[in-house]
Design a protein around this ligand. Structure first.
Ligand SMILES: [Zn+2]
Length: 245
């Protein structure tokens, strides 16, 4: 395991954040195969797995890595558990850990992307049961039932720079556009979408907030008109101008 990026995480320590030779870390034994270090400046213990996909995993790492590959290939939780001869709840725990780490990795690497085209769409699925089969209590909990995976797709590079799983609401569309914004370099791509009005409304509001004046605003407005015209429902330019003001 590469220990170059390990560092003390005690914010009150003078060695906090220092890596490699600049750090004051010394080997401090291991716990179930998890190598531990100790900061000689403040005495805090540092796990070499902190900040990695292996953090908090007590299972054999070879088995865990194989489980991760099976899940990544699309195998179900129960099938993965049967193959590895472990409990399905353990696989569910892995899935949560891997997913959380995957989101962090994606957020780190997907920055300053220059997108010239972007397709916005949402895919229907459901959690546990379909909306029509929910009990009144499950309706109130708002956890199960119909779910949509909101996706921003860059057709030229085949990259999915942002996605959100949730209900088909205004709030989820805002989350998608905010994530998309954080992964790009600020250039406004040519958008295409379906008839759902959430997209162009929240995209214009969020993306053009800082481009209300001058050439940038004109460019943004022109592009979003093109986005609207690409949908099956249609709004004319005059209505758009009125909404914009
Ligand atoms: Zn320290």
């Amino acid at each position: 395991m590469d220990l170059v990026t390990c560092h003390c995480r005690n914010t009150r320590c003078a060695q906090c954040g220092k890596m490699g030779n600049a750090s004051a870390l010394q080997p401090h034994g291991s716990d179930r195969g998890e190598v531990r270090l100790r900061c000689t400046a403040c005495g805090d213990a540092v796990s070499t797995r902190t900040g990695t996909a292996y953090a908090g995993i007590r299972t054999d790492l070879t088995q865990y890595a194989l489980g991760a590959k099976l899940l990544a290939e699309g195998l179900g939780v129960r099938a993965t558990a049967r193959i590895l001869e472990i409990d399905k709840d353990t696989v569910n725990q892995w899935l949560r850990s891997l997913g959380t780490h995957g989101v962090e990795i994606m957020a780190y690497h997907f920055r300053h992307l220059h997108l010239t085209e972007c397709q916005l769409d949402e895919l229907w699925t459901f959690v546990k049961k379909k909306e029509g089969h929910l009990t009144p209590l499950e309706h109130m909990l708002d956890i199960y039932g119909d779910t949509w995976v909101w996706i921003a797709f860059a057709p030229i590079t085949k990259v999915v720079p942002a996605w959100v799983a949730g209900k088909r609401t205004w709030q989820e569309s805002v989350r998608l556009i905010q994530r998309l914004q954080s992964s790009t370099d600020g250039y406004i791509p040519f958008f295409t979408s379906d008839e759902l009005p959430h997209y162009w409304k929240c995209t214009v509001r969020l993306w053009c907030r800082h481009a209300r004046a001058g050439r940038a605003a004109h460019e943004a407005l022109t592009k979003f008109r093109r986005m609207i015209y690409s949908t099956r429902w249609c709004i004319n330019g005059a209505s758009m101008d009125a909404w914009w003001k």
